[in-house]
Write a protein that binds this ligand. Structure first.
Ligand code: TRP
Ligand code: ZN
Length: 883
């Protein structure tokens, strides 16, 4: 059992920010590794910051530390000169001038189940310090605005830990008595403590090198569990492509002589950008065609890029405080999205990103956990690594680029790097660089960082054929969110085109009302009108092209007009969006029918539109695969917004899926046959797109039912030569409750037993099965030998997928799904509060449920709230959820 932080932890407020009273310029760490008694000696060069009174007490953060000794300038302090608890070391009256503080602590990495600080994974030692994990290693000013130069000496038994790694460059290594050895690493770049890392153990390595644009050679190393080296090739390739791209797209070159990545099996999040020593969840490193899907490959590429890009956006320029988290995360997500767009298909990447944004961030924004991209208060910072900070944060950068144009955006980025390299800064500093570089007033834009909630943008259009005038009227509003009842109007960039009868964008003459620059209408007022003159034919306005702002666009077009855009818009994103709108309209209508127990009506014009897309060989297969996928059950629930009946949604959606499968059976069979792969597997975007479309076709055929479809899916499963096809076939069989599902599940288990990352897929497919028996199956699987409550990947694939990927079963009318998750949260909270709190956020949409389910969800939340002790993490989520 880990220590439980103060239950009534008080809130931290942005308004209370004060610069640190002391600064630490250098820290020299000696870490003598031992499974249960690791001795950490930290020698810190400390001085008073400007404005700090003489002899002001020095308070260093700790967390579960056991202090062994304290020295100032080499002299041991007497007991009254300091005060120590496991989470705070106070030096009562430090010297006036600069001094050296040496602190010795003991930590127990084996007992560290939170996976924050120094812990063990598969027998190796590793660290995770963001956000506040360094204080679990030694007492320190554990805040991102204290930048120090780190020297790290690691000592360990040579047999246990032949590999010793830390940030920066290796400066010394050698043998010690008693079969021990040491290595010393120095990182010349001053950095905050959250970027510290060390790793030690028995690891295999894959090596390569990269020459930067200025001709410097950089050694690249990826460390993995011995034997897994062959699965690192794609990650290494993605790393080199990321390094090239950052030079070309942002002019950013790597700065150390070595860049290392370590893959670990026990990790709370995706990966971590520690300076020169990224630590990854191994699911974002390891891939080969037999074990990784196309989506896994795409994720690996994106996460490798993301962590690498942090070297400039996060590390060289870091955050002043944790309220500024989006400064590094939103910006770095934007950068990795752009990288993937350039490496793959821009349209397909944009559609996938917006799907993710809507399903995660819009859902967060619509519930009790809504918060601004830059929050102004938090109780537990770990709970703010959210879709809002990351994904909406990236959308804000994208809007900034739309507002300033590519050149203005690049000029702002260049100025930001030039002004703030080596500093810890704020969102204001960031925006000021863009304002200064381009002479733009960004004060209204700043509201995007401060106001939570998804703005609704209602639009009406009126065309006067005789006057050749089109008038668009926009009205923006933003629903209340916790602590923010009323919002100010924001600057919403609406990229647009006026699509003429032939599908081409119409030209227009004078513009009156709202400002229009290039292809963008700038909606800045609550109610804003724009009139285009010289419009020679009746247009269909295509608005919010490329999803140019994270808003909910309401109204404006008829079903017929959406149908037209679905077939003709030159903007592929809006073609996709138009189809989604048609599907959503139909699905909300049929859900109401299903809820009322009426037969679910069908719609031939929609089926025709789907057929047209499925068979349009002029379209990228990956785009067709996305366009053919109906909005998810949770997306439909969000659109309905209140009194949600998840069973009715599933009934309506399944009815439409089977109607599509039946009506377009010939098209899908022919797609399945013509898209068959020739040649060996390649994870590239084109090949992946063809597989995606073929697997969508197969899934629809199964949804329509019949023995022939089942036989086809069974063959697809057993004939597959790659994980993408095998997993797609198994998933479709399981969801269709086909007789061969059991056979596939058994085969899959036996084929991949002993490969935890693949068994995660096996857990996930079963956890997502939309059937009444699933909950007891999931309970049973928690006792499977491959399952472990202490491994976050296992917990996420079985328990997490049940909670967030199975709307009918998590939201069971009898409340058993809620109860199961509440109990899982309480169990996990005793070992890993971060993972527990994240799981609990599955309840975020509970208030939108119909009354019976709502009552049961609330009861489960109240049960969690009433439990003592609770971690600060879970306490924070449960109290906000019930507020
Ligand atoms: N900064 C990491 C990223 O690239 C996020 C992260 C990794 C993290 N591990 C963590 C955040 C642990 C909090 C706790 O996005
Ligand atoms: Zn990040």
């Amino acid at each position: 059992m880990t220590s439980v932080k103060n239950e009534t932890a008080s809130a931290v407020r942005l308004a209370d920010y004060r610069p640190p009273e002391y600064l630490i310029d250098t820290i020299s760490l000696t870490i003598a590794l031992d499974p249960t008694e690791t001795r950490v000696t930290a020698e810190m060069a400390i001085r008073r910051n400007n404005g700090t009174p003489r002899n002001a007490p020095l308070r260093l953060d700790g967390d579960e530390l056991s202090l062994q000794s304290v020295r100032i300038d080499g002299k041991r302090l007497s007991g009254d000169a300091y005060h120590a608890t496991p989470d705070l070391l106070t030096i009562t009256a430090p010297p006036e001038g600069a001094f050296t503080l040496t602190v010795e602590t003991l930590v127990d990495p084996t007992a560290n189940t939170q996976l924050m600080g120094l812990y063990r994974s598969s027998g190796n030692y590793c660290t995770q310090c963001e956000a506040e994990g360094f204080r679990r290693i030694t007492y320190f000013l554990d805040r991102p605005d204290v930048l120090a130069v780190y020297t790290t000496r690691i000592e360990a038994k040579k047999d246990d830990a032949p590999i010793l790694l830390a940030n920066g460059n290796l400066t010394d290594s050698g043998d010690l008595p008693d079969g021990r050895h040491y290595a010393v690493w120095n990182d010349p770049f001053p950095k905050p403590s959250y970027l510290f890392a060390m790793v030690a153990g028995s690891l295999g390595v894959v090596e390569d090198e990269f020459t930067t644009q200025s001709g410097r050679k950089v050694d690249l190393k990826i460390y993995v569990e011995p034997g897994k080296e062959p699965r690192c090739a794609y990650a290494m390739d993605a790393l080199k492509r990321s390094m090239t791209w950052d030079e070309e797209a942002f002019g950013r070159e790597y700065d150390l002589d070595i860049f290392m990545i370590v893959a670990v099996s026990d990790f709370n999040m995706g990966a971590m950008e520690n300076k020169g020593l990224n630590v990854f969840n191994d699911r974002y490193i390891l891939a080969d065609p037999q074990t990784a899907t196309d989506q896994d490959y795409a994720n690996i590429e994106a996460v490798i890029a993301h962590e690498y890009f942090h070297n400039w956006t996060g590390n060289r320029i870091t955050c002043r405080d944790w309220f500024q988290l989006c400064l590094k995360e939103g910006l770095t997500v934007f950068r990795d999205q752009e990288f993937s767009s350039d490496q793959r298909s821009r349209a397909v990447k944009r559609i996938s990103d917006v799907r993710l944004l809507k399903s995660h961030q819009f859902a967060e924004d619509a519930g009790p956990l809504a918060h601004p991209v830059r929050p102004n208060t938090y109780k537990e910072i770990n709970n703010f690594y959210t879709a809002t900070v990351y994904e909406k944060g990236a959308e804000l950068i994208r809007m900034l680029k739309t507002l300033l144009g590519p050149e203005g955006f690049r000029a702002g980025m260049d100025l930001y790097f030039e002004l703030h390299d080596g500093e810890a800064v704020t969102v204001e500093d960031f925006l000021a660089a863009f304002a200064d570089a381009t002479g733009t007033d960004l004060s209204q834009f700043m509201l995007w960082y401060e106001q939570a909630g998804t703005p609704a943008l209602a639009v009406t259009s009126a065309f006067d054929a005789t006057a050749e005038k089109l008038t668009l009227t926009f009205e923006q509003s933003c629903p209340p969110t916790p602590g923010q009842p009323v919002k100010k109007p924001m600057h919403i960039p609406v990229r647009f085109g006026l699509v003429g009868p032939d599908g081409q964008d119409l030209s227009y003459g004078a513009v009156a009302g709202a400002t229009v620059t290039g292809d963008t209408i700038h909606v800045v007022d609550e109610r804003h009108r724009v009139t285009f003159s010289g419009v020679k034919a009746p247009p269909v306005p295509s608005l919010l092209r490329g999803f140019s702002a994270p808003v909910k666009l309401v109204g404006g077009l008829t079903t017929g007009e959406f149908g037209f855009l679905a077939g003709h818009d030159s903007d592929p994103f809006n073609r996709w969006q138009a189809i989604q709108n048609l599907a959503m309209g139909l699905l909300t209508e049929t859900t109401a029918a299903a809820h009322a127990g009426k037969p679910v009506p069908s719609d031939d014009s929609f089926l025709d539109a789907m057929g047209a897309i499925a068979s349009d060989t002029g379209l990228d297969p990956a785009f067709r695969a996305l366009a053919l996928q109906l909005p998810g059950e949770t997306d439909i629930a969000r659109d309905i917004g209140e009194d949600v009946d998840p069973d009715a949604i599933a009934t309506a959606r399944n009815a439409l899926r089977s109607a599509i499968g039946t009506a377009l059976g010939d098209i899908f069979r022919s797609l399945y046959d013509t898209l068959a792969d020739s040649g060996p597997y390649s994870p590239d975007a084109d090949a992946a797109g063809r597989r995606a479309l073929r697997n969508v076709a197969l899934d629809y055929l199964l949804a329509a039912g019949g023995e022939a479809a089942e036989a086809r899916a069974r063959d697809h499963y057993f004939g597959a030569d790659n994980m993408t096809d095998r997993l797609a076939a198994m998933t479709s069989l399981v969801h269709a409750a086909a007789p061969a599902a059991r056979e596939a599940l058994t085969d899959f288990h036996d084929r991949f037993a002993g490969d935890p990352l693949v068994i995660d897929k096996w857990f996930a497919v079963q956890a997502a099965a939309p059937f009444a028996g699933t909950l007891s199956k999931v309970e049973e699987l928690t006792t499977h030998t491959a399952f472990s409550w202490s491994n976050p990947n296992r917990v996420r694939s079985l328990i997490g997928v049940f909670a967030t990927g199975n709307p009918t079963q998590f939201n069971r009318a009898d409340g058993a799904g809620f109860e199961f998750i509440a109990n899982a949260v309480l169990k996990l909270d005793r070992s890993n509060p971060q993972v527990a709190a994240r799981l609990l956020s599955a309840f975020r949409s509970w208030r939108a449920l119909e009354p019976e389910r709502r009552e049961r969800a609330e009861a489960a939340l109240r049960q969690v709230a009433a439990t003592t002790p609770l971690s600060a993490d879970v306490q924070d989520i449960v109290s906000r959820s019930l507020d």
